[in-house]
Design a protein around this ligand. Structure first.
Ligand code: TRP
Length: 362
Protein backbone atom coordinates (compact mmCIF):
# COMPACT_ATOMS: atom_id res chain seq x y z
CA UNK A 1 0.00 0.00 0.00
CA UNK A 2 1.21 3.51 -0.79
CA UNK A 3 2.40 5.66 2.10
CA UNK A 4 0.61 8.97 1.93
CA UNK A 5 0.73 12.01 4.19
CA UNK A 6 -2.03 14.53 4.55
CA UNK A 7 -1.98 17.38 7.00
CA UNK A 8 -2.99 21.02 7.13
CA UNK A 9 -3.62 24.24 8.99
CA UNK A 10 -6.47 26.65 9.40
CA UNK A 11 -5.46 29.94 7.81
CA UNK A 12 -6.32 32.33 10.63
CA UNK A 13 -2.96 34.03 11.04
CA UNK A 14 0.69 34.01 10.11
CA UNK A 15 2.65 31.03 11.38
CA UNK A 16 4.96 31.39 14.38
CA UNK A 17 7.88 29.59 16.02
CA UNK A 18 5.47 27.24 17.78
CA UNK A 19 4.19 26.08 14.40
CA UNK A 20 7.75 25.66 13.17
CA UNK A 21 8.95 23.59 16.11
CA UNK A 22 5.70 21.64 16.41
CA UNK A 23 4.97 20.85 12.79
CA UNK A 24 6.69 22.67 9.93
CA UNK A 25 10.14 21.34 10.75
CA UNK A 26 8.83 17.81 10.85
CA UNK A 27 6.86 18.24 7.63
CA UNK A 28 9.94 19.40 5.77
CA UNK A 29 11.86 16.41 7.14
CA UNK A 30 9.08 13.99 6.14
CA UNK A 31 8.83 15.56 2.70
CA UNK A 32 12.57 15.11 2.20
CA UNK A 33 12.83 11.67 3.82
CA UNK A 34 11.88 9.77 0.69
CA UNK A 35 9.76 7.50 2.90
CA UNK A 36 6.44 8.64 1.48
CA UNK A 37 4.88 8.19 -1.92
CA UNK A 38 2.88 11.39 -1.68
CA UNK A 39 2.65 14.37 0.63
CA UNK A 40 -0.36 16.70 0.72
CA UNK A 41 -0.59 19.88 2.77
CA UNK A 42 -3.96 21.52 2.86
CA UNK A 43 -4.81 25.10 3.73
CA UNK A 44 -8.06 24.44 5.59
CA UNK A 45 -9.95 27.61 4.75
CA UNK A 46 -13.39 25.96 4.81
CA UNK A 47 -12.67 24.68 8.30
CA UNK A 48 -11.39 28.12 9.36
CA UNK A 49 -14.70 29.57 8.20
CA UNK A 50 -16.61 27.39 10.67
CA UNK A 51 -15.65 29.83 13.40
CA UNK A 52 -14.84 32.85 11.24
CA UNK A 53 -17.90 32.83 8.98
CA UNK A 54 -18.51 36.48 9.83
CA UNK A 55 -15.01 37.45 8.72
CA UNK A 56 -14.22 35.72 5.43
CA UNK A 57 -11.60 38.28 4.42
CA UNK A 58 -9.49 37.30 7.44
CA UNK A 59 -9.46 33.71 6.22
CA UNK A 60 -8.93 34.72 2.61
CA UNK A 61 -5.94 36.96 3.40
CA UNK A 62 -4.33 34.33 5.57
CA UNK A 63 -4.48 31.65 2.87
CA UNK A 64 -1.67 33.53 1.12
CA UNK A 65 0.19 34.26 4.38
CA UNK A 66 0.22 30.58 5.29
CA UNK A 67 1.31 29.60 1.78
CA UNK A 68 4.17 32.11 2.04
CA UNK A 69 5.15 30.66 5.41
CA UNK A 70 5.13 27.11 4.02
CA UNK A 71 7.26 27.93 1.03
CA UNK A 72 9.74 30.06 2.95
CA UNK A 73 10.30 27.27 5.50
CA UNK A 74 11.23 24.71 2.90
CA UNK A 75 8.00 23.02 1.89
CA UNK A 76 8.88 22.20 -1.69
CA UNK A 77 6.01 22.22 -4.19
CA UNK A 78 7.88 19.69 -6.31
CA UNK A 79 7.65 17.19 -3.47
CA UNK A 80 4.53 18.32 -1.63
CA UNK A 81 1.12 19.16 -3.05
CA UNK A 82 -0.13 22.33 -1.37
CA UNK A 83 -3.81 23.07 -1.94
CA UNK A 84 -6.81 25.11 -0.81
CA UNK A 85 -9.54 23.08 0.88
CA UNK A 86 -12.63 24.99 -0.30
CA UNK A 87 -11.52 24.63 -3.93
CA UNK A 88 -11.87 20.86 -3.70
CA UNK A 89 -15.64 20.52 -3.58
CA UNK A 90 -15.39 16.71 -3.51
CA UNK A 91 -14.43 17.11 0.16
CA UNK A 92 -17.79 18.70 0.91
CA UNK A 93 -19.59 15.91 -0.87
CA UNK A 94 -17.73 13.23 1.06
CA UNK A 95 -18.54 15.07 4.28
CA UNK A 96 -22.22 14.87 3.45
CA UNK A 97 -22.17 11.07 3.20
CA UNK A 98 -19.98 10.63 6.28
CA UNK A 99 -22.45 12.70 8.31
CA UNK A 100 -24.78 9.71 8.21
CA UNK A 101 -22.24 7.69 10.16
CA UNK A 102 -21.77 9.97 13.17
CA UNK A 103 -24.19 10.85 15.93
CA UNK A 104 -24.71 14.24 17.49
CA UNK A 105 -23.67 12.98 20.91
CA UNK A 106 -20.46 11.50 19.53
CA UNK A 107 -19.48 14.91 18.12
CA UNK A 108 -20.37 16.62 21.37
CA UNK A 109 -18.17 14.17 23.25
CA UNK A 110 -15.12 14.91 21.08
CA UNK A 111 -12.72 16.48 23.63
CA UNK A 112 -11.18 18.95 21.17
CA UNK A 113 -14.59 20.10 20.01
CA UNK A 114 -15.72 20.45 23.63
CA UNK A 115 -12.73 22.63 24.45
CA UNK A 116 -13.11 24.77 21.39
CA UNK A 117 -16.84 25.29 21.95
CA UNK A 118 -16.06 26.63 25.41
CA UNK A 119 -13.26 28.88 24.12
CA UNK A 120 -15.56 30.43 21.55
CA UNK A 121 -18.64 30.78 23.77
CA UNK A 122 -20.51 28.58 21.33
CA UNK A 123 -21.89 26.21 23.99
CA UNK A 124 -25.37 27.69 24.26
CA UNK A 125 -25.85 27.98 20.55
CA UNK A 126 -23.63 25.67 18.55
CA UNK A 127 -23.26 26.41 14.84
CA UNK A 128 -23.83 23.19 12.90
CA UNK A 129 -20.85 23.85 10.66
CA UNK A 130 -18.52 24.10 13.61
CA UNK A 131 -19.80 20.97 15.28
CA UNK A 132 -19.46 19.17 11.99
CA UNK A 133 -15.85 20.01 11.31
CA UNK A 134 -14.43 16.71 12.63
CA UNK A 135 -16.49 14.97 9.94
CA UNK A 136 -15.16 17.29 7.29
CA UNK A 137 -11.68 16.54 8.58
CA UNK A 138 -12.36 12.85 8.05
CA UNK A 139 -13.21 13.71 4.45
CA UNK A 140 -9.92 15.63 4.09
CA UNK A 141 -7.94 12.68 5.34
CA UNK A 142 -9.72 9.86 3.53
CA UNK A 143 -10.07 11.71 0.21
CA UNK A 144 -6.30 11.43 -0.22
CA UNK A 145 -6.10 7.88 1.17
CA UNK A 146 -3.75 9.24 3.81
CA UNK A 147 -1.99 6.59 5.86
CA UNK A 148 -0.18 9.07 8.06
CA UNK A 149 -1.49 12.34 9.50
CA UNK A 150 1.16 14.40 11.31
CA UNK A 151 -0.68 16.68 13.76
CA UNK A 152 -0.39 18.29 17.17
CA UNK A 153 -1.64 16.49 20.29
CA UNK A 154 -4.84 18.53 20.32
CA UNK A 155 -5.78 16.96 16.97
CA UNK A 156 -5.56 13.34 18.17
CA UNK A 157 -9.33 13.15 18.81
CA UNK A 158 -9.93 14.21 15.18
CA UNK A 159 -7.92 11.29 13.86
CA UNK A 160 -9.74 8.99 16.27
CA UNK A 161 -13.05 10.27 14.93
CA UNK A 162 -11.81 9.73 11.37
CA UNK A 163 -10.81 6.17 12.18
CA UNK A 164 -14.32 5.49 13.50
CA UNK A 165 -15.84 6.85 10.31
CA UNK A 166 -13.52 4.71 8.17
CA UNK A 167 -14.39 1.65 10.19
CA UNK A 168 -18.09 2.34 10.01
CA UNK A 169 -18.06 3.12 6.28
CA UNK A 170 -16.08 0.01 5.42
CA UNK A 171 -18.33 -2.22 7.55
CA UNK A 172 -21.48 -0.95 5.91
CA UNK A 173 -20.40 -0.48 2.30
CA UNK A 174 -17.43 -2.81 2.00
CA UNK A 175 -13.69 -2.13 2.13
CA UNK A 176 -13.29 1.32 0.56
CA UNK A 177 -11.51 3.86 2.77
CA UNK A 178 -7.93 3.70 4.00
CA UNK A 179 -7.39 3.64 7.78
CA UNK A 180 -5.12 6.57 8.79
CA UNK A 181 -2.68 6.78 11.71
CA UNK A 182 -1.94 9.98 13.59
CA UNK A 183 1.71 10.99 13.92
CA UNK A 184 2.05 13.03 17.10
CA UNK A 185 5.23 14.79 18.30
CA UNK A 186 6.97 13.06 21.19
CA UNK A 187 9.25 15.83 22.34
CA UNK A 188 7.76 18.12 24.99
CA UNK A 189 8.59 21.37 23.17
CA UNK A 190 7.38 20.02 19.86
CA UNK A 191 4.08 19.31 21.55
CA UNK A 192 3.86 22.83 22.87
CA UNK A 193 6.40 25.62 22.63
CA UNK A 194 5.66 28.14 25.40
CA UNK A 195 4.99 31.79 24.56
CA UNK A 196 7.48 34.60 25.16
CA UNK A 197 5.50 35.59 28.28
CA UNK A 198 5.94 32.19 29.93
CA UNK A 199 2.42 31.04 29.11
CA UNK A 200 2.30 27.33 28.25
CA UNK A 201 1.36 27.95 24.63
CA UNK A 202 2.39 30.35 21.91
CA UNK A 203 -0.85 31.76 20.59
CA UNK A 204 -1.95 34.74 18.57
CA UNK A 205 -4.73 35.63 21.00
CA UNK A 206 -2.26 35.77 23.89
CA UNK A 207 0.05 38.08 21.97
CA UNK A 208 3.11 36.06 22.95
CA UNK A 209 4.35 34.84 19.57
CA UNK A 210 7.46 35.27 17.53
CA UNK A 211 6.29 35.06 13.93
CA UNK A 212 8.36 33.50 11.18
CA UNK A 213 7.91 36.75 9.28
CA UNK A 214 8.89 39.14 12.13
CA UNK A 215 11.60 41.65 11.24
CA UNK A 216 14.94 41.87 13.03
CA UNK A 217 13.93 44.70 15.39
CA UNK A 218 10.68 42.99 16.39
CA UNK A 219 12.42 39.72 17.17
CA UNK A 220 14.99 41.54 19.28
CA UNK A 221 12.29 43.43 21.21
CA UNK A 222 10.38 40.23 21.89
CA UNK A 223 13.46 38.35 23.06
CA UNK A 224 14.70 41.18 25.28
CA UNK A 225 11.33 41.28 27.07
CA UNK A 226 11.00 37.51 27.50
CA UNK A 227 9.88 35.96 30.74
CA UNK A 228 12.84 34.60 32.75
CA UNK A 229 13.07 33.94 36.47
CA UNK A 230 11.17 36.63 38.40
CA UNK A 231 13.35 36.00 41.49
CA UNK A 232 16.58 36.56 39.60
CA UNK A 233 16.77 40.26 40.37
CA UNK A 234 20.48 41.06 40.66
CA UNK A 235 23.14 39.53 38.48
CA UNK A 236 24.72 37.84 41.54
CA UNK A 237 21.47 36.11 42.49
CA UNK A 238 21.18 32.41 41.68
CA UNK A 239 18.71 31.92 38.86
CA UNK A 240 16.32 29.19 37.86
CA UNK A 241 16.42 27.60 34.42
CA UNK A 242 13.23 25.54 34.71
CA UNK A 243 10.28 27.56 33.45
CA UNK A 244 12.71 30.25 32.32
CA UNK A 245 11.62 30.81 28.75
CA UNK A 246 15.01 31.99 27.52
CA UNK A 247 16.48 28.65 28.56
CA UNK A 248 13.53 26.76 27.14
CA UNK A 249 14.18 28.38 23.77
CA UNK A 250 17.92 27.78 24.09
CA UNK A 251 17.12 24.11 24.72
CA UNK A 252 15.27 24.06 21.42
CA UNK A 253 17.49 26.26 19.26
CA UNK A 254 21.06 26.50 20.66
CA UNK A 255 23.79 24.39 19.06
CA UNK A 256 27.32 24.02 20.39
CA UNK A 257 28.56 25.96 17.37
CA UNK A 258 26.50 28.95 18.55
CA UNK A 259 28.60 29.04 21.70
CA UNK A 260 31.82 29.12 19.72
CA UNK A 261 30.36 31.92 17.62
CA UNK A 262 28.64 34.14 20.19
CA UNK A 263 29.56 33.06 23.71
CA UNK A 264 33.01 31.43 23.55
CA UNK A 265 33.45 31.47 27.35
CA UNK A 266 31.05 28.54 27.49
CA UNK A 267 31.33 25.24 25.67
CA UNK A 268 27.70 24.32 25.73
CA UNK A 269 24.28 24.92 27.24
CA UNK A 270 25.02 22.87 30.37
CA UNK A 271 27.87 25.18 31.27
CA UNK A 272 25.74 28.25 30.68
CA UNK A 273 22.90 26.82 32.76
CA UNK A 274 25.11 25.96 35.70
CA UNK A 275 26.59 29.46 35.76
CA UNK A 276 23.10 30.94 35.74
CA UNK A 277 22.01 28.63 38.55
CA UNK A 278 25.05 29.53 40.66
CA UNK A 279 24.52 33.25 40.19
CA UNK A 280 26.64 35.87 38.48
CA UNK A 281 25.08 35.63 35.03
CA UNK A 282 22.67 38.37 34.00
CA UNK A 283 19.52 37.99 31.90
CA UNK A 284 20.79 40.44 29.30
CA UNK A 285 23.66 38.11 28.38
CA UNK A 286 21.42 35.09 27.82
CA UNK A 287 18.80 37.15 26.00
CA UNK A 288 21.38 38.63 23.64
CA UNK A 289 22.70 35.15 22.97
CA UNK A 290 19.23 33.81 22.21
CA UNK A 291 18.54 36.83 20.02
CA UNK A 292 21.65 36.09 17.95
CA UNK A 293 20.58 32.48 17.50
CA UNK A 294 17.01 33.30 16.55
CA UNK A 295 18.15 36.01 14.15
CA UNK A 296 20.41 33.49 12.39
CA UNK A 297 17.57 31.01 12.26
CA UNK A 298 14.84 33.38 11.06
CA UNK A 299 16.88 35.53 8.64
CA UNK A 300 16.94 33.06 5.73
CA UNK A 301 13.24 32.28 6.22
CA UNK A 302 12.38 35.99 6.14
CA UNK A 303 14.58 36.59 3.11
CA UNK A 304 12.96 33.73 1.22
CA UNK A 305 9.57 35.14 2.18
CA UNK A 306 10.45 38.59 0.80
CA UNK A 307 11.57 36.96 -2.41
CA UNK A 308 8.23 35.14 -2.68
CA UNK A 309 6.24 38.25 -1.76
CA UNK A 310 7.85 39.90 -4.76
CA UNK A 311 6.77 36.97 -6.89
CA UNK A 312 3.26 36.41 -5.65
CA UNK A 313 2.15 35.18 -9.06
CA UNK A 314 4.35 32.16 -8.48
CA UNK A 315 2.72 31.48 -5.10
CA UNK A 316 -0.69 31.60 -6.73
CA UNK A 317 0.50 29.24 -9.41
CA UNK A 318 1.73 26.76 -6.79
CA UNK A 319 -1.66 26.84 -5.08
CA UNK A 320 -3.60 26.54 -8.29
CA UNK A 321 -1.57 23.62 -9.61
CA UNK A 322 -1.61 21.90 -6.24
CA UNK A 323 -5.36 22.31 -5.96
CA UNK A 324 -5.85 20.82 -9.40
CA UNK A 325 -3.80 17.76 -8.44
CA UNK A 326 -5.67 17.46 -5.13
CA UNK A 327 -8.99 17.61 -6.94
CA UNK A 328 -8.06 14.71 -9.19
CA UNK A 329 -7.19 12.50 -6.20
CA UNK A 330 -10.29 13.50 -4.25
CA UNK A 331 -12.59 12.88 -7.18
CA UNK A 332 -11.15 9.39 -7.61
CA UNK A 333 -11.97 8.61 -3.97
CA UNK A 334 -15.42 10.17 -4.24
CA UNK A 335 -16.10 7.93 -7.20
CA UNK A 336 -15.08 4.85 -5.22
CA UNK A 337 -17.23 5.97 -2.32
CA UNK A 338 -20.27 6.45 -4.55
CA UNK A 339 -19.65 3.11 -6.28
CA UNK A 340 -19.63 1.35 -2.93
CA UNK A 341 -22.72 3.21 -1.76
CA UNK A 342 -24.40 2.28 -5.04
CA UNK A 343 -25.25 5.85 -5.91
CA UNK A 344 -23.21 5.83 -9.11
CA UNK A 345 -26.32 5.98 -11.31
CA UNK A 346 -24.90 7.34 -14.52
CA UNK A 347 -21.35 6.09 -14.57
CA UNK A 348 -22.06 2.45 -13.92
CA UNK A 349 -22.91 0.60 -17.08
CA UNK A 350 -23.82 -2.40 -15.01
CA UNK A 351 -26.47 -0.53 -13.06
CA UNK A 352 -28.08 0.91 -16.16
CA UNK A 353 -28.19 -2.48 -17.91
CA UNK A 354 -29.73 -4.06 -14.88
CA UNK A 355 -32.49 -1.44 -14.63
CA UNK A 356 -33.22 -1.52 -18.32
CA UNK A 357 -33.46 -5.33 -18.19
CA UNK A 358 -35.68 -5.28 -15.13
CA UNK A 359 -38.19 -2.88 -16.59
CA UNK A 360 -38.23 -4.35 -20.08
CA UNK A 361 -39.30 -7.68 -18.59
CA UNK A 362 -42.56 -6.12 -17.44
N1 TRP B 1 -7.89 20.93 12.36
C1 TRP B 1 -6.58 21.27 11.89
C2 TRP B 1 -6.09 22.48 12.70
O1 TRP B 1 -6.88 23.13 13.35
C3 TRP B 1 -6.53 21.62 10.42
C4 TRP B 1 -6.99 20.48 9.54
C5 TRP B 1 -8.11 20.44 8.75
C6 TRP B 1 -6.33 19.22 9.38
N2 TRP B 1 -8.19 19.27 8.11
C7 TRP B 1 -7.13 18.48 8.45
C8 TRP B 1 -5.16 18.65 9.91
C9 TRP B 1 -6.80 17.18 8.07
C10 TRP B 1 -4.84 17.33 9.52
C11 TRP B 1 -5.65 16.62 8.62
O2 TRP B 1 -4.92 22.78 12.67
Amino acid sequence: MEKIILTGDRPTGKLHLGHYVGSLKNRVALQNSGNFDKVFIMIADAQALTDNFDNPSKVRDNVIEVALDYLSCGIDPNKTTIFIQSEVSELTELTYYYMNLVTLSRLQRNPTVKNELALRNFEKSIPMGFLNYPISQAADITAFKATCVPVGVDQAPMIEQTREIVHSFNSIYGETLVMPEAMIPENEYEKRLPGTDGHAKMSKSLNNCIYLSDDEETIKKKVMSMYTDPNHIRVEDPGQVEGNIVFTYLDVFAKDSDFAKYLPNYKNLDELKSHYQKGGLGDVVIKKFLNNILQDFLRPIREKRHELENNIEYVYEVLEKGTEIARSYASETLKEVKDHMQINYFDSLYFKKEIVAKYSEK
